[in-house]
Ligand binder design. Structure first.
Ligand SMILES: Cc1cc2nc3c(=O)[nH]c(=O)nc-3n(C[C@H](O)[C@H](O)[C@H](O)COP(=O)(O)OP(=O)(O)OC[C@H]3O[C@@H](n4cnc5c(N)ncnc54)[C@H](O)[C@@H]3O)c2cc1C
Length: 499
């Protein structure tokens, strides 16, 4: 036991993209507030935010088919895609502000322009894609989207996927050049380096073991330090940004808003190719359609990635089951997350999702050759020696009781859970995730600091000009933002310096 005790304004638990974003926003809004970050690992951005643990898609809903469902009357509902696109534009504006303010030196250290494409096979799917294209391409948010089912055009767009394709099955794709590949690990590290230079107290190898309300209304954290000793730290505001670790910490806080909530872990595996001859033949993120019974986050996609100054290809993710809530977590995470208050919720979810669990367990068992078969649906002549398996990050999907779904409904989005007095907030869930971190962290700020919003609004608007506005309803602003963010973040397609 250590006698060390501190008091601070803000404690951020976890050094992932969410805490990095919240810390950066708060430092811009109230530079004088003292912030401490506790991270149990040695470095920032080593869990889900790490570049090898997620797909790095700047989710602007340009290519993800699960955001555009087909309605029973056959029409395509693009409302979810609009919502996500608007949220991504918030991130783009904030990142541009950071570049313009010289807080980020070189945008290409974390973001690269990359066409986003959707690709489907079979008559029915091609008809769906065409309808989706018609619904989206007239919308200003998705300007520049092209559709083709012409093999020659497709060969030009995606040679690796089209060449040596044995079947004559109809195939079609949409392409939009304003997509991005984002290195969220690099961005996380850049933001924490900046925060450190602003005197934010970064405590690595410090694991938060417990959180409890102190008698003065602040929060007391029990933290195990890098020498294994226990320290106590107090803060007026705590953000639980522990990724998969957030649920346990939220439960420990005991706030009523955290009751009746559970978590369902979904693991992932990618296949990676670094063979320069193969890599050179592909330049896009190409999203397909999820297999029957597969959860939406396991939609297969073949992505060009820019990591460590090199271009590589990533395919997946193959979803799987592991009871861990973090990649570096414990096999007991799932079991220990079941509490008397969420037992019924969890049991109901278990009963409802037997087929999903079976699907995930089957996925874990897949041999590399079986995974190659799925890859060959994208790249017909893919060679096993060119591809390696990489274990991706863990996602913990929120389980809660909802009016629409009843007890124990599995959620696929992110949820901010906060105490009524705004003194503590947690982020649960993982999708669309890092891409919308700025929007989600502004939600945390709104919910937890309502008394400051009037005073902070001018600065927020300086950082995010569209704050509080719909871009779709303000087309001049949309055009201005599209142009200025593309320029500031250097997102005009050009000869890439990467090999
Ligand atoms: C397979 C996969 C693919 C994905 N693809 C995309 C994508 O293409 N685009 C996208 O936008 N998003 C994607 N995501 C989601 C995205 O990665 C996450 O939403 C995002 O990284 C979450 O950030 P975070 O800061 O909440 O969590 P994390 O990055 O996981 O950070 C949480 C941190 O908290 C620390 N921690 C946990 N518990 C404690 C504790 N008790 N004490 C101290 N520290 C603690 C952890 O060590 C970790 O460093 C993907 C996720 C996965 C798993």
């Amino acid at each position: 036991m250590s006698n060390r005790e501190t008091k601070t304004d803000v404690i951020l638990i976890g050094a992932g993209i969410m805490s990095a974003t919240l810390g950066t926003l708060l430092k811009e809004l109230v530079p004088e507030w003292e912030i401490t970050v506790f991270e149990k690992l040695e470095n920032a951005g080593d869990e889900s935010s790490n570049e090898w643990n997620n797909a790095g898609t700047g989710h602007a809903a340009l290519c993800e088919l699960n955001y555009t469902a087909q309605k029973p009357d056959g029409s395509i509902d693009i409302s979810k895609a609009i919502e996500i696109n608007e949220q991504f534009q918030v991130s783009m504006q904030f990142w541009s502000y950071l570049v313009n303010s010289k807080l980020i030196r070189n945008p290409q250290d974390f973001i690269m322009p990359l066409p986003h494409m959707s690709m489907v096979q079979g008559e029915e799917n091609v008809a769906f894609l065409k309808k989706r294209f018609e619904a989206m391409s007239n919308n200003p948010l998705f300007q520049g989207m092209e559709f083709s089912d012409d093999p020659a055009k497709l060969m030009e767009w995606i040679p690796l996927i089209i060449q040596d394709r044995p079947s004559n099955e109809p195939i079609a794709a949409t392409k939009i050049d304003s997509g991005t590949d984002v290195n969220f690990g690099a961005l996380t590290r850049i933001l924490f380096d900046h925060l450190k230079s602003k005197n934010v107290n970064m405590k690595y190898k410090h694991s938060v073991d417990n959180i409890k309300r102190a008698s003065d209304g602040s929060w007391e954290l029990k933290v195990r330090n890098d020498r294994g000793n226990v320290e106590r730290h107090h803060a007026k505001f705590v953000f639980i940004g522990g990724g998969g670790g957030s649920l346990h910490l939220l439960q420990k806080s005991g706030i009523p808003e955290g009751k009746h909530i559970g978590g369902f872990p979904v693991s992932g595996i990618f296949m990676v190719c670094k063979n320069p001859d193969v890599v050179a033949q592909h330049h896009a993120k190409v999203y397909g359609k999820a297999k029957l019974g597969a959860p939406p986050m396991s939609v297969p996609h073949l992505d060009t990635r820019f990591i460590d100054n090199k271009k590589s290809l990533l395919f997946g993710p193959f979803a799987g089951f592991s009871p861990k809530f973090l990649k570096t977590g414990s096999m007991f995470d799932l079991v220990t997350s079941v509490k008397p208050d969420n037992l019924v919720t969890m049991l109901s979810a278990g009963a409802k999702n037997m087929s999903l669990t079976k699907y995930l367990i089957e996925q874990v068992m897949l041999s590399k050759e079986k995974r190659m078969e799925e890859l060959r649906e994208f790249i017909p002549n893919a060679k096993i020696e060119d591809w390696d398996l990489v274990v991706a990050g863990q996602r913990v999907q929120v389980i809660k009781d909802t009016v629409a779904g009843g007890k124990g409904t599995l959620q696929f989005g992110t949820e901010v859970i906060n105490a009524a007095d705004g003194s503590i907030a947690a982020l649960l869930g993982a999708s669309p995730g890092a891409s919308t971190a700025v929007h989600v962290m502004l939600e945390v700020i709104n919910k937890c600091f309502p008394q400051h919003m009037k005073e902070w609004e001018p600065k927020i608007k300086e950082m995010i000009p569209s704050y509080g506005l719909s871009l779709l309803e303000n087309l001049d602003l949309l055009h201005e933002i599209h142009t200025s963010t593309a320029e500031t973040l250097a997102l005009k397609e050009k000869e890439l310096a990467y090999s």
